[in-house]
Write a protein that binds this ligand. Structure first.
Ligand code: URA
Length: 424
């Protein structure tokens, strides 16, 4: 086989065989196919797409490029949750202990931030001392003792994706729907769960900018899951404004804690209840509406928060020491009116530039910086009122932030949070 012939075949929009895909991916992972040829191959996929058969083969090849986690030590159905990534998305921090407080075992593997969307592992690292690199033995012990763990992905989980993702990031090939679907599903399948609940974010602060693309991605992921006999459901949720009020690692942990104590922003609470009720339904067969009611009770009677405290303690964190900068400035409105837009993408990039995210792998990040919004779409603001508090350490510049808020004289209704659910 010859990689140039394979690239040419894909350039002409022809279907590749499983052997050709294996030759390309395995050769790249082994270092025999250089970055420049793989970039060209990925670009041909971006332009011409992939057939379903190619997508299933690519997922399978990626899934088996490394370790496949065995969760058989956990009794019953194992459920995993994933988000395609958004601004202020701290749902895992609330969901894992909440769902676990209803007796569902949660062994969650999470990642670091990608681009300007944060990652759960970075958020958790803002809690002093908290460990997410957990050995297999400790992970099993923790699950058996308290029923929940949030750990960093092991180094050998889908190494093909690690290498491919790094290259996609620098070769303009991140937005391909088949490449996103195979990247996400190969990791989900390798993480050992039986059923998946996936939050597909839609909007300007998300990978999927419109509903049509989000539907395509969701449909593909459900089909891939079904192919392995692993029931998958995708919830399409809004990401035009940040989720909740806080954006930035430590600030988001604080907001997750508030939510676990029944005092969080309603959009975050609602999304968590939707995702959580499907997780409980998948694990126990409980009706969705009953699961939602029981989860709500666990949020308000302290059980979910207590479970979070147990998790933090087991993972050696000190919940009384969360990195939040003491230097703050208010971003004041110069107009009066209704908030028409709080641009998630601009806010995400702004917080990233404050130091909350990495520009390059290995960069250190500032866990204490970020933004807390005081107004969301549909709210009324007076001239001179604060739109947001900025938590910073070194630099602060409001010029970019001005673009994030659009204020109008007309009344604006609060936006829809959940668009649709895709499963079959
Ligand atoms: N998340 C992933 O894991 N992979 C992608 O390609 C995009 C989002």
């Amino acid at each position: 086989m010859d990689i140039l012939e394979i690239i040419d075949k894909k350039r002409l929009g022809k279907e590749l065989t499983r052997d050709e895909l294996f030759y390309s991916i395995d050769g790249f992972v082994q270092g025999q196919i250089p970055d420049y040829q793989m970039s060209s191959f990925l670009m041909a996929i971006c332009i011409n797409g992939m057939t379903e058969e190619e997508i299933f083969s690519l997922t399978d090849i990626m899934l088996h490029s490394g370790e496949v986690v065995d969760l058989s030590f956990i009794p019953g159905t194992k459920v995993d949750k994933h988000s395609t990534g958004g601004i202020g998305d701290k749902t895992t921090l609330v969901l894992a202990p909440l769902v676990s407080s209803l007796g569902v075992f949660i062994s969650k593997m999470s990642g670091k931030g990608l681009g300007y969307t944060g990652g759960t592992i970075d958020k958790l690292a803002s809690i002093d001392g908290l460990q997410t690199s957990i050995s297999k033995e400790d992970l099993e012990k923790q699950i058996q003792s308290i029923g929940v763990v949030i750990a960093a992905q092991t180094g050998n989980l889908v190494p093909a994706d690690k290498k491919l993702y790094a290259l996609r990031d620098v070769s303009g090939t991140t937005s391909s729907i088949p490449l996103i679907a195979t990247s996400i599903m190969s990791k989900k399948l390798a993480s050992g769960a039986d059923k998946f609940v996936i939050d597909v974010k839609v909007g300007n602060g998300a990978l999927m900018k419109n509903l049509e693309d989000a539907r395509k991605l969701a449909t593909l992921m459900v089909k891939i899951g079904n192919k392995y006999g692993k029931k998958t459901i995708c919830l399409l949720s809004a990401m035009d404004e940040p989720l909740g009020l806080a954006v930035g690692n430590g600030l988001e942990v604080q907001e997750a804690i508030d939510t676990l104590r029944g005092k969080g922003p309603k959009d975050l609470e609602n999304l968590v209840l939707h995702l959580g009720s499907y997780m409980v339904h998948f694990a126990s067969g409980m009706e969705i509406e009953d699961a939602k009611k029981q989860l709500l009770q666990k949020l308000y009677d302290g059980s979910a928060y207590n479970k979070f405290l147990e998790l933090v303690k087991w993972q050696h964190g000190d919940v009384n020491h969360i990195a939040i900068s003491s230097q703050t400035k208010e971003f004041i409105s110069t107009e009066m009116g209704y908030i028409k837009k709080v641009d998630a993408e601009i806010i995400g990039k702004y917080v990233h530039d404050l130091g909350a995210g990495r520009k390059r792998e290995g960069d250190t990040i500032d866990y204490g910086v970020g933004i807390v919004l005081h107004k969301k779409v549909g709210d009324f603001v007076k001239k001179g009122e604060s739109l947001a508090t900025i938590y910073y350490t070194t630099n602060i510049d409001f010029s970019i932030l001005k673009e994030a808020f659009v204020i109008t004289e007309q009344v604006v209704s609060p936006p829809q949070l959940l668009y649709e659910i895709i499963t079959f």
